[in-house]
Design a protein around this ligand. Structure first.
Ligand code: ZN
Length: 156
């Protein structure tokens, strides 16, 4: 089968920026398994993989609007240091908010801390080298849940 909606696709990938820095890779790790057509991957990735077959190698160049979006100044905020209570804050520290966003501390002033709610890859042109290593039909349950169930199942 080829990659289309409701296919469970396994890929190996390497992600680099336009300067050739490797930002992420599945090399030496388990492949990434995802359910195609359910918004589990960025749009540019799903569009680029649509119609591909098992064993295909694909190079994808993805602009921010089809990746993690452009950087928005509105997502950069100053919050009082006191908001962090006793927690130690360092420049570059990242943490997850309750709604699943990644927030990065970009500056620490005398009384304020600057936090950037942009995705770390916002505004970045993404270059993916992808190898398709497996494609299978999703189960009914996977389609209903909108995500992949690993062998052995899981509790979602
Ligand atoms: Zn599930």
């Amino acid at each position: 089968m080829i990659i289309s909606n409701d296919a469970v696709v396994s890929i190996h990938y390497t992600l680099s920026d336009n300067d050739g820095n490797i930002l992420d890779s599945s090399s030496g790790k388990d492949p990434l398994h995802y359910l195609h057509g359910h918004g589990n991957l960025i749009i540019g990735m799903e569009e680029g993989l649509e119609g591909k077959a098992n064993g295909d190698r694909v190079s994808l160049t993805i602009a921010p609007e089809k990746g993690y979006g452009e950087k928005s100044d509105k997502l950069i905020q100053k919050v009082p240091k006191s908001a962090f209570g006793d927690q130690r804050v360092d420049k570059g520290m990242q943490f997850n908010t309750e709604n699943g966003h990644i927030v990065t501390i970009t500056d620490i002033g005398k009384d304020d801390v600057t936090v950037d709610g942009n995705h770390p890859l916002a505004g970045v042109h993404l270059n993916f080298e992808v190898e398709v290593i497996n494609i299978r039909q999703a189960t009914k349950e996977e389609v209903e849940h909108g995500h992949v169930h690993e062998p052995g199942g899981h509790a979602h």
